[in-house]
Ligand binder design. Structure first.
Ligand SMILES: C[S@@+](CC[C@H](N)C(=O)[O-])C[C@H]1O[C@@H](n2cnc3c(N)ncnc32)[C@H](O)[C@@H]1O
Length: 220
């Protein structure tokens, strides 16, 4: 008999956490209904999502599951393609939360979903090198921070898939979030759109050479 593990749905962990951090987690049904409003984007492997108060990951988990369905349907027959597309899906999901225990849980849940999907699809567990690549991306994307008052300290990596390699560029959250306030800084290049209006593109604070997807786990 197959044992199906169903996560218990907990919306309130303690009254202290509700009082101190407003932590009331969204139920799966509402998460799915909200994601259905952006159905195509939620299912697209390389659409980027950021949850600035992600809790223990209820939205992130549902987004990953949707993206992985697409990965499985398109790439299940070739291991390298499946692996790199799975990493691409994960690399487009970002989360911030004030509470470190939520971050740890969110990472754990996303990691487990990815590993379970890998096992079910390729009929073997991911090896250590691939697991480390998954963990590396998750640790860079799902981070503890204050998304209201601490955005200068939050650094995100933008991952761009180029064949079987990733390009990594780092941006501060304040760059991405407060575009209006930084329009006049030298960090921002001014370009003109098709209507002749200025558009401003943030410049990365760091960028790195292309790296083979399986080598990501070896990075700091
Ligand atoms: C209402 S819960 C929602 C969690 C999750 N988005 C969900 O729907 O299940 C709010 C979350 O925001 C976090 N939070 C509160 N203030 C925050 C801040 N300034 N920056 C980042 N996270 C914050 C809390 O720790 C809590 O996990």
């Amino acid at each position: 008999m197959a044992i199906i593990e169903i996560e218990k749905e907990i919306q309130v962990k303690s009254s202290d956490r509700v009082r101190n951090h407003g932590e009331v987690l969204t139920a799966r049904r509402e998460v799915e209904a909200m994601l259905d409003l952006v159905k195509n984007e939620s299912e697209r492997i390389d659409s980027r999502f950021l949850e600035p108060a992600c809790g223990d990951g209820n939205f992130l988990v549902a987004i990953l599951e949707r993206k992985l369905k697409t990965v499985v349907s398109r790439y299940k027959t070739k291991k390298a393609d499946f692996e790199v597309q799975m990493l691409s899906a994960i690399s487009c999901i970002y989360g911030i939360d004030l509470l470190q225990d939520n971050i740890e849980l969110a990472i754990e849940r996303l990691f487990k979903i990815a590993c379970d999907c890998y096992k079910q699809t390729l009929k073997s567990a991911p090896d250590e090198e691939f697991q480390n690549a998954l963990k590396h991306i998750l640790r860079k994307n799902i981070i503890q921070g204050d998304s209201l008052n601490g955005i200068d300290k939050i650094i995100f990596t933008q991952w761009t898939l180029v064949g079987y390699q990733f390009k990594r560029e780092e941006y501060s959250f304040s760059q991405l979030n407060q575009q209006a306030e930084v329009l006049n800084t030298p960090l921002f290049a001014s370009l003109v759109n098709e209507k002749g209006e200025d558009v401003y593109i943030p410049q990365p604070i760091n960028d790195y050479p292309l790296i083979y997807y399986r080598s990501l786990g070896g990075l700091k």
